[in-house]
Design a protein around this ligand. Structure first.
Ligand SMILES: [Mn+2]
Length: 473
């Protein structure tokens, strides 16, 4: 038995006496001499404004590098504070002041690899010529010179490290698993953000197997709303203006805001819900740094936030996004957004783009037998029925034809079996609206009408092709 592991055992025994629960959770292996500044050689750290993914990655990295000391930046995310208040001791986190940086020969950085995002007290390491730098990051860009990069664009950084932990068959405790899952869920929006990969979901499965506690997770993920957010939200609503643009209500709010505020996007989402607008944009101006942060949220697919934000130099998803604009006037930004929304209208997908035409239809006097044959031949699941004037009088589906039992019914006209109250949609409506109709009425095809005449038909598969972005060019 080496001296270290013996001391470690004594240490554990002491802890066991203090708290049986913590020991059952088997704390991190800890170098007994790391308390002494002189012996520290490896440190692991993460970005300022530390969020759950960053903390999870920091803690997880100490499992891969047991001799590295976790150093947490002085500035952590607001919603991490209640968690740290309870778990700080369990994770044995050090601050940059606890470490003699002259002694550090290996720097492990997780969830970032930019010097500007590290605690400024660690900047002295930048000058060390033979510093070994190991990086675990899911952001592609960074300016830290890396000797050992582990960089891949996963939904959360913790996913990358968990992959290594699983590969090395390192055991993790339920407390660790819970922290890792909070980080994973926060960075992937509960696995819903488009950046989420299969690997992220696999990692979530692994953590649940390792007894990650979902109740604890939910209680910490909810606490993002702080007093500061309430004040900003109040200000936003007070300064809100709503305009009508292309048939949609769009809310705008322009605020002066200095410094960085966490989770502003959440406040913008609440703002949109409260003012009950189809879309909402908040423009936060930082007068000191002369820049504007624009955050947008949309609840209608005609207003595509990612398109608008990309035009402003930012990015996002159809429902949510942001852009950072230097030296701009909020009034001008608002005008640009209004213009982009009216432009969006013309480029958004119309029903006529996704519908099928010409429409295969049958006359109301066609016999049931013939209709069955046509449907079988075309491999479709139903079709519209018209009269002599080519007016839509009904629709027939395989479901209707199942009602035909006796063979003599097969010579009857189809109008006896068709569904008469046909749900139709105007050609000016959107794909989302036709999808809503299909769900509401449980129907698989909706004729598209223009000036009373049927010009096409939209089927479930047309809608699916649209939503999965598989429309042919
Ligand atoms: Mn992250």
């Amino acid at each position: 038995m080496t001296l270290y592991s013996y001391k470690d055992k004594i240490l554990s025994k002491k802890k066991q006496a203090v708290s049986g629960m913590i020991l059952r959770d088997r704390l991190f292996w800890r170098h007994p001499l790391t308390r002494d500044k002189i012996c520290i050689m490896k440190i692991v750290t993460t970005h300022k404004g530390t969020d759950f993914d960053a903390l999870a990655s920091l803690v997880a990295a100490t499992l891969i590098y047991p001799d590295a000391r976790p150093v947490i930046p002085g500035d952590v995310n607001e919603n991490l504070k209640p968690f740290l208040a309870i778990h700080k001791d369990v994770f044995e986190l050090a601050t940059p002041n606890d470490v003699n940086l002259d002694q550090v020969d290996t720097l492990i950085v997780v969830d970032t690899h930019s010097w500007g995002r590290l605690d400024p007290r660690l900047a002295v390491l930048r000058e060390k010529p033979d510093l070994e730098v190991i990086v675990w990051d899911h952001h592609v860009h960074g300016d830290i010179q890396v000797t050992q990069p582990h960089i891949k664009e996963t939904g959360a950084c913790i996913t990358l490290i968990l992959d290594e932990i699983q590969r090395k068959r390192i055991l993790i405790t339920p407390i660790q698993a819970t922290l890792f899952l909070i980080g994973l869920y926060e960075d992937t929006g509960n696995l819903t953000f488009p950046s989420t990969l299969g690997e992220d979901a696999h990692a979530a499965g692994f953590l649940l197997d390792r007894k990650a506690d979902l109740v604890i997770m939910a209680s910490f993920l909810k606490q993002a709303y702080a007093r500061q957010h309430r004040d900003i939200l109040y200000d936003m609503i007070r300064k809100s203006e709503t305009i009508k643009q292309s048939g949609f209500t769009v809310g705008f709010s322009k605020l002066d805001l200095e410094g960085r505020v966490q989770n502003l996007a959440m406040v913008v989402q609440m703002y949109r819900e409260i003012i009950n607008a189809d879309a909402a944009f908040c423009i936060f101006r930082d007068l000191v740094q002369d820049k504007c942060m624009v955050i947008g949220r949309s609840g209608v697919d005609e207003i595509d936030i990612s398109l608008i934000m990309r035009s402003l130099g930012g990015g996002g998803h159809p429902g949510a996004g942001s852009a950072l604009i230097k030296a701009a006037n909020p009034e001008v930004i608002q005008e640009m957004i209004v213009e982009l929304i009216s432009g969006n209208q013309q480029t958004s997908v119309m029903l006529s783009d996704i519908m099928s035409y010409p429409v295969v239809k049958v006359h109301e006097d066609t016999t049931v037998q013939e209709v069955i044959m046509i449907i079988r031949e075309l491999g479709c699941t139903g079709m519209p029925v018209v009269n002599d004037q080519d007016d839509l009088v009904g629709i027939v589906s395989r479901r209707d034809l199942k009602k035909v039992r006796q063979s003599k019914q097969k010579s009857a006209p189809i109008k006896a079996f068709m569904t008469r109250n046909v749900v139709t949609i105007s050609h000016e409506r959107s794909a989302v609206e036709v999808a809503r109709l299909m769900i509401k009425h449980d129907i698989g095809r909706v004729p598209v009408v223009k000036e009373g005449k049927m010009i096409g038909i939209v089927t479930r598969s047309d809608v699916m092709m649209y939503f999965y972005d598989m429309l042919p060019d």
